[in-house]
Ligand binder design. Structure first.
Ligand code: ADP
Ligand code: MG
Length: 714
């Protein structure tokens, strides 16, 4: 019997395997067909030739033409990695880096992390087999700190350059220098000078901390010129070309079908409601085709998703064939990939996306676009020194990109939820981030790269002088710069090594002196993720009660630490008598019972272990203040003093540094108790100004712990 069974199993296995193989081959062929039909496929040879001829090339092409997914594969197949170098592709957004890497790995028939990998802050999915590496622009900038000549890379592609993120802009300036140095070296024009230069940098680097290997290694690796490719979806390549000494620009022709644009007759006050109405209008009145809705962020997406689901249930049977797919940056990556899959047969997909779907990722099947005309951006006021999140109107070019998404596979329709007269008033394009963000983080990194003269740095567009000065002041006040604006040793150098905002880095460093590093690591990790608590509208009371169990009268930082520690304790206990998988499952259930977003918590736990790793390598001692949370709050005051605010008689807070007035956000545990003096993590501006993630401090601590700012002037 055994014998027969064995044979039967063998035969069965063989069929099963061949079934799997067949399935694989089928999928493979489908992917191959898709790839061949992309506009960029017809110009592969020409593009390769251009890259061979030009060290710097600008490629402009319509969104969806295949730039991001195909070009790196062309280069790989064209032999650009033959000398052992990598192809690096930067993306302004994490979601794009991750989803595209997974797609390209699939196209190559391998697992992500092998030939094709990705790296984003706190997550590195590459190996020594990786040849095509997708990453965020911020991450490549960080890599430059460890490897100033980016010697591992044979080709660097700056993708989505039209987005003009601050990291992209700084990279452009940096890469221009790196490329010049590397090609000088390759041409052996000034070998000796370069060796000296390399040597000096190396010495400096070894002194400064992270070493980059030995001189020979650096010489050997730097002997190849760097190929640089700038890719952009906006048709105007002139700016990039001029910046790179009139570099060659090529256009990849896209395929665009006509899109009918509709405007509303009246201005819309509630864009969620207007979007909802439009979704169902399309669903009930228009022909087949998926719908893409542009929303401002996770919260709005989740609330629209709930509303759509509720309303679907009220539809007559037969028209309930509508399903929603969210995509935003903090969504776990398996879920992000779901939006690319075709809708179940007979169903219409509604994709609820942030502006990630504008140009970074192209989702097939879209015929209808709903565009409320809004986008959430970070904004910085150099007057006040405060960084805030605000919702603003899109630019004309963003509106064009959004409507273009409807016409990729056939004629489409775009519903702009505003009046036509408003469109004419929109700005032509978005202001580059470097003109509107807090620059302290990048200035710290430039300083760490040995670039001291910020005003003299070759920016494609110079940042405002005031903003630079303000950021230098911030860094000085945090102790990262000396009074000659040089990177301080060790504080500034250590801060530059941490992949965090300057204030967070400062808090971590100070925490090791205040004996509360354990707590600070948790606070920083928990504050790096969005929405730890969740409150479903139908269980509002229960969720509030659950939150009260964790809440601390001292503020949100301590509350989040309570959540983390309770969860951790629960997990460890459960791990003692269960497998890891089972313990993780138990933790997810625990989260559910306590109205905690288990994905956010998991993300925070991952981030925590990454930063812990960082600080341990830096030699910091991780000690805990136990129950003495006063130490912890004092440490917060010592590092976040630039975000301190004092309550005014009317109960509104006045931010010390800027004089800006703001309220405590309703999600804060201090919303009702309103202590006299607080520090906050961020300022959000909607119709009102709110401070979020707030902790109570004693105002007297400020002059004691931050005399450089609050000290009495003689
Ligand atoms: P571009 O960079 O020029 O905007 P992309 O290379 O991003 O274009 O996209 C090319 C094609 O690949 C698009 O048709 C898109 O739908 C498809 N694609 C990209 N990512 C995925 C994915 N994860 N799953 C399925 N298709 C994808
Ligand atoms: Mg792209």
């Amino acid at each position: 019997l055994d014998y027969h069974c064995g044979i039967a199993t063998l035969i069965f296995m063989k069929y099963l395997l061949s079934g799997i193989q067949l399935g694989k081959i089928f999928l493979w062929q489908k992917i191959l067909q898709q790839r061949k039909s992309l506009p960029i496929a017809t110009v592969e040879k020409r593009l390769l030739e251009e890259v061979r001829k030009n060290d710097t090339l600008i490629i402009v092409g319509e969104t969806g033409s295949g730039k991001t997914t195909q070009l790196p594969q062309f280069l790989y197949n064209g032999g650009f990695c033959r000398d052992g170098g990598l192809i690096g592709i930067t993306q302004p957004r994490r979601v794009a880096a991750v989803t595209v890497a997974k797609r390209v790995a699939e196209e190559c028939g391998s697992q992500v992390g092998q030939r094709v990998g990705y790296a984003i802050r706190f997550e590195d999915v590459t190996s020594n087999m990786t040849k095509i590496k997708y990453m965020t622009d911020g991450l490549l900038l960080r890599e430059a700190l460890l490897d100033p000549y980016l010697s591992r890379y044979a080709v660097i592609i700056i993708d989505e350059a039209h987005e003009r993120t601050v990291h992209t802009d700084v990279l452009l300036g940096l890469l221009k220098r790196v490329q010049k140095t590397r090609s000088q070296y390759a041409n052996k024009q000034s070998n000796v000078d370069l060796m000296k230069a390399n040597f000096n940098t190396l010495i400096k680097r070894e002194e400064n901390g992270p070493g980059v290997g030995n001189l020979q290694q650096c010489q050997r690796r730097n002997s190849n010129p760097l190929k640089l490719i700038i890719m952009s979806a906006s048709l105007d390549a002139r700016g990039f070309s001029e910046f790179f000494d009139n570099a060659k620009a090529v256009h990849v022709q896209g395929r665009q079908f006509p899109v009918d644009i509709y405007y509303t007759f009246q201005p819309q006050t509630d864009c969620v409601d207007a979007a909802l109405l439009t979704i169902f209008q399309i669903h009930l009145e228009e022909g087949p085709g998926d719908i893409l809705v542009f929303l401002t962020g996770q919260e709005e997406i989740e609330s629209v998703e709930r509303l759509v689901r509720n309303r679907i249930r009220q539809l007559p049977e037969g028209s309930q064939n509508l399903s929603t797919f969210p995509i935003f940056s903090s969504l776990p990556s398996e879920k992000q990939l779901k939006v690319f899959a075709p809708a179940p047969p007979g169903f219409r997909k509604v994709i609820l996306a942030t502006n990630i779907a504008e140009t970074s990722v192209t989702i097939p099947g879209i015929k209808y676009v709903i565009d409320p005309g809004l986008v959430k951006v970070r904004s910085y006021s150099s007057e006040s020194g405060i960084d805030s999140l605000i919702t603003v109107e899109t630019s004309k070019s963003q509106a064009h990109q959004r409507s273009g998404r409807a016409g990729r596979e056939g004629p489409g329709k775009c519903f702009r939820l505003y009046q036509e007269s408003l469109f004419d008033k929109l700005p032509d394009s978005t202001v580059p981030e470097i003109k509107r963000l807090d620059l302290s983080n990048v200035i710290l990194q430039l300083k760490a790269l040995g670039i001291d003269d910020i005003f003299g740095f070759d920016f494609m567009e110079k940042p405002d002088e005031k903003a630079v000065i303000r950021s230098l002041e911030t860094l000085f006040l945090l102790g990262a710069l000396t009074d000659e604006a040089k990177l301080s040793n060790p504080v500034g150098q250590q801060m530059a090594r941490l992949p965090l905002d300057p204030m967070d880095s400062r808090a971590i460093l100070l925490a090791s002196q205040f004996n509360c590093l354990k707590e600070m690591l948790i606070a920083v990790a928990m504050l790096s993720v969005e929405s730890i608590f969740y409150a479903p509208p139908d269980k509002l009371e229960q969720s509030r009660a659950a939150m009260r169990c964790f809440s601390s009268p001292e503020g949100d930082h301590l509350t989040l630490i309570n959540v983390y520690c309770t969860a951790d304790e629960f997990f460890e206990k459960s791990l003692a008598s269960n497998s890891k998988e089972k313990a993780e499952k138990n933790l997810r259930n625990w989260c559910k019972e306590n109205f905690i977003n288990s994905r956010s918590l998991k993300h925070a736990r991952d981030i925590h272990s990454q930063i812990l790793d960082n600080v341990t390598r830096m030699g910091l001692r991780v000690t805990s203040c136990g129950d003495d949370m006063l130490q912890f709050r004092r440490c917060l005051a010592a590092s976040f003093f630039l975000n301190a605010a004092l309550k005014q008689p009317d109960g509104i807070y006045r931010v010390y540094r800027s004089g800006q007035m703001a309220q405590i956000h309703p999600s804060s545990v201090l919303f009702r108790s309103k202590p006299e003096c607080i520090i906050f993590k961020e300022l959000v501006q909607t119709t009102q100004s709110y401070v979020r993630n707030v902790t109570r401090i004693d105002p007297l601590w400020l002059s004691e712990l931050a005399p450089q700012y609050f000290g009495v002037q003689e």
